[in-house]
Write a protein that binds this ligand. Structure first.
Ligand code: DC
Length: 214
């Protein structure tokens, strides 16, 4: 069974998806890390993130593998680089390239198939594009202040004010929601859960109830 967890940043997608995958005993895939890895290799190659061909070329030379739920590049854990301010600032530009997306979507589908076809998959277009036939689809939301406050607890934004975090987050959401290909939006058959006043455990419980009914 595939369970898709979509939504903007700061709604608790990663924590909820990881806890849900553990509860169900299935693997977890963070699809945003692929767009971040494409952005990282492009920057490393000196490519302009807005140049689709240059990003594709950088991506072709990269060896990506998921190790214990974490995306590795060329046999190295590059988690810190994937969360760097440079990558975060440019990733929406890279994620808007149609050919980059189709290559990355192929990798994600192949990964789930190789894992046996069951997984919790987190992202922006998972219920709409990557796994449109998934058995359970969830779209997480939360109010802007809650999302910014949650993001501010992440190590990579330490030293940045909550106001600045909120502004950056809203800019990225606007880019992700208005892009022509695979915009961030709930699938028609997704269940929306507002996590503003829910703990991770409460959110996971609601999703487990949906899984039980599927
Ligand atoms: O979830 P995240 O912050 O790591 O995502 C990084 C970027 O990648 C974000 O700007 C949205 C984009 N993304 C996407 O377009 N499609 C996905 N399935 C996952 C992430």
């Amino acid at each position: 069974m595939v369970i898709t967890i979509d939504g903007p940043s700061g709604v608790g997608k990663s924590r909820v998806s990881r806890a849900l995958a553990t509860a169900l005993g299935v693997p977890y895939l963070d699809t945003g890390s692929y767009y971040r890895a494409a952005t990282h290799v492009a920057i490393q190659n000196g490519a302009d993130p807005s140049d689709q061909s240059a990003v594709l070329e950088a991506l072709s030379d990269a060896k990506l593998a998921v190790v214990d739920g974490v995306l590795w590049l060329d046999e190295r854990d590059i988690a810190d680089s994937l969360r760097s301010p440079q990558v975060t600032a440019a990733v929406s530009t890279v994620a808007a390239h149609p050919l980059v997306r189709s290559r990355i979507v192929d990798m994600q589908r192949r990964w789930v198939a190789d894992e046996g076809g069951s997984a919790v998959v987190e992202g922006r277009d998972i219920g709409t594009v990557v796994f449109p036939n998934a058995e359970v689809k969830v779209f997480l939301t939360a109010d802007g202040a809650t999302r910014a406050a949650r993001r501010s607890r992440d190590a990579e934004v330490s030293g940045t004010s909550v106001e600045q975090i909120r502004t950056d987050m809203e800019r990225r959401d606007a880019a992700d929601s208005t892009r022509i290909i695979s915009p961030l939006r709930p699938a028609e058959d997704a269940v929306t859960i507002d996590t503003s006043s829910l703990t991770v455990a409460q959110t996971v419980k609601q999703i487990l109830d949906l899984v039980g009914k599927a």
